[in-house]
Design a protein around this ligand. Sequence first.
Ligand code: UDP
Length: 453
Amino acid sequence: MIQEQRKNEFKRIESRFSGVGASDGRAFRKKTTSALFSFIFNAIYRFLELSASLVFIAFFTLPVALCKLVSRIFSGGQVLERAEIYGAGGAPLKVFFFRSERYYIRNASLFIYVLLGDIGLVGIGVEKFGSRPDAPENAYIMRDKPGIFNLWFIRESGKIGHEGKIGTEWEYMFRRNIMRDLSLILRSLPSALMRSGDSTFHPEISLFGIKFRNLKMAEAVELVENSIINKERKKIFFINPDCLNKTFSDDAYSSVLKQGDVVLPDGSGLSLACKIIGKPLLENVNGTDMFPFLCRLSAAKKYSLYLLGAKPGVAEAVKKNLELKYSGIVIGGARDGYFDREKDSKSVIEEVNRQAPDILFVAFGAPVQEKWISEHFDQLNAKVCIGVGGLFDFYSGRIPRAPKWMREFGLEWIFRLMQEPVRMWKRYIIGNPVFVFRVMKWKAFMEDSNGNK
Ligand code: UDP
């Protein structure tokens, strides 16, 4: 009886404090514990943020301010400029930036605002007020403070911001935790060094006489879609340093690339080369990253695909994986790339033509796939033919792809080298330095004002 009375009294007190029904006592306790936990967590997070920003102010903001003041004394000019950015919850926030074209110099002043609690050390991107479209996606990501270190900065610097700014910031907001924030700070430092300062982008770039497009991933995907819609048949090729090295000893391959309707830059090697010649890449538009975008598009618009290439069973495994992942995707056929090109190309082409795919992916490796597509383009009944190298090996699960952090720093080639050292050592250990040397030579002696030989 007494026990019963105590229980009722406890429930009554709980309901008074929580404002909920007496039966929700457990929920109240849970709420109190989680509020306490989040209070402690926020206090620790804030402490770490304050300590880190003090270190940055001492070793970065103050030296930058000093350099700026000295340069003002000798050559004049403004040290700071005022701007309005999005603050916590999307509210306008007035801040001072250092006057500079360089992102990290410009933003060095912002560590002061971290101390004041207006800006986070890590968060979504710092943006000029009024620049974000008034869309619900933006409302979601702007719930929090902007951060000096942010995922978009890393992806953009590494030229792999393929999901676009909003997509990348959603990814950050969904997955953020203290360890990820810490790794983001560490990853930002090398990213700052990789970033291209130049903001004028050339729509087309030429290297060793091979012209390629300088596009964002979304634009490249749109280009494929327009070819399908407008029935403008296209050959799409990707080039990486190894491909360009091969053009020095393979004239036929070189002329095939010159005749490609769309040639796209694949990999960090091309990004580095473009930086060296002073024409920075917008994005690293490689086939492996483009593939999921094309699959998503094709599933939505019912464009049909054909997968041709790789070892027996691999293209079929990719087909199965894609059918599981993209509901409604139409994959007309899949077959391996180990056939006699002299004798069996005709029957393979007939097989492809029976499906008349909108997009034909050819994965025989460079330069075989580019030459095969060019030679048979007129006989192939496919709207867009794309040479994709070892892509099926990744999407079948046969070979794992480098983790994203390696790709952010342009280190995917090290991962591939570790996986297949016997096959890849020549391509990377010898090929990469040879390529950089050739790029420098090209820059120094061969490039005319139009970037042509
Ligand atoms: N391959 C093929 N037929 C051949 C030789 C190779 O289908 O006669 C495939 C091979 O199985 C691999 C791809 O072509 O899936 C080439 O991969 P690699 O990584 O060498 O190509 P890259 O992307 O470097 O051009």
